[in-house]
Design a protein around this ligand. Structure first.
Ligand SMILES: Nc1ncnc2c1ncn2[C@@H]1O[C@H](COP(=O)(O)OP(=O)(O)O)[C@@H](O)[C@H]1O
Ligand SMILES: [Mg+2]
Length: 245
């Protein structure tokens, strides 16, 4: 009954002679937030790219809802309910929020298959309200929003399409304090929708605020996974750096 949404089993990834990920295994459950931490070059982004179908693993297995899954490319992972939010947002600056929410997946109506703008606007307004993303309207252009509002839109888009899993790669790295707080509450709203969430963050404060478990990577090696409530920053820092005091 409690089959994990995502299971990674003994994932290895090398790029030519460089081993980016070595024997990584992790289960993610619905409604769970797992934080992935580690220094630059630890392999965090590579792992997210493997889960989202950007890179294939060199070896190892990915299971979705208990069934073996392979994603030849990112569009297949998206079809399976996996969405990614990056630090450098993939939003179209000149387009209104509602167009960005549907980019490439616009609903159509009637025999002429015209783009159904009314539906896009209504769905966008419903979603931003639900996630408490504070924007003036669904029709506002992306370039007229703050960084935090844009990231809110990117997360809303991921939420709209993700049926299982949302992967966030440093979603607040470019944001100020207040903007970060808003994005964090949006991430908490995702959790309340029972999605599984994997977040990469450099901010241990953020990791401790948001996550249920913390997974530490060091130079491609999985150092360990801790329940957030059973650990502390000192332990996580020691795991990240390999230096214990
Ligand atoms: N496309 C690629 N080709 C070659 N090496 C790569 C590629 N992507 C990542 N790497 C290497 O894999 C390692 C992990 O990188 P990355 O996953 O980006 O780390 P992190 O996100 O933890 O900072 C690094 O040594 C990096 O140089
Ligand atoms: Mg990275």
């Amino acid at each position: 009954m409690d089959t994990p949404v995502l299971q990674l089993k003994n994932i290895h990834k090398s790029f030519g002679g460089v081993t980016a990920i070595q024997d990584f295994s992790l289960d993610l459950k619905a409604g769970e937030v797992v934080a992935l931490v580690g220094d630059n070059g630890a392999g965090k982004s590579t792992l997210i790219k493997i889960i989202s179908g950007v890179h294939g693993p060199t070896s190892g297995e990915i299971l979705l809802d208990g069934a073996p899954a392979s994603f030849p490319d990112a569009s297949v992972a998206r079809e399976r309910g996996i969405e990614v939010v990056y630090q450098d947002l993939a939003l179209a600056d000149q387009q209104p929020v509602y167009m960005n929410l549907f980019l490439g997946r616009e609903p159509v109506k009637g025999p002429l298959r015209l783009i159904d703008r009314g539906r896009m606007i209504a769905e966008t307004e419903k979603l931003v309200k639900e996630l408490d993303v504070r924007i003036p309207s669904a029709k506002v252009t992306i370039r007229d929003l703050s960084g935090g509002q844009r990231q809110g839109v990117a997360i809303a888009r991921a939420t709209h399409w993700a049926r299982k899993l949302v992967l966030l790669d440093e979603p607040t790295a470019a944001l100020g304090v207040a903007e970060t707080a808003r994005v964090e509450s949006t991430i908490q709203a995702l959790k309340a929708r029972n999605l599984a969430i994997l977040i990469i963050s450099h901010s241990l404060d953020q990791v401790f605020r948001l996550s249920d478990r913390i997974c530490v990577l060091r130079r491609g090696q999985q150092i360990g996974v801790r329940k957030t409530s059973d650990t502390n920053k000192n332990e996580i820092v020691a795991m990240i750096t390999g230096v214990s005091e």
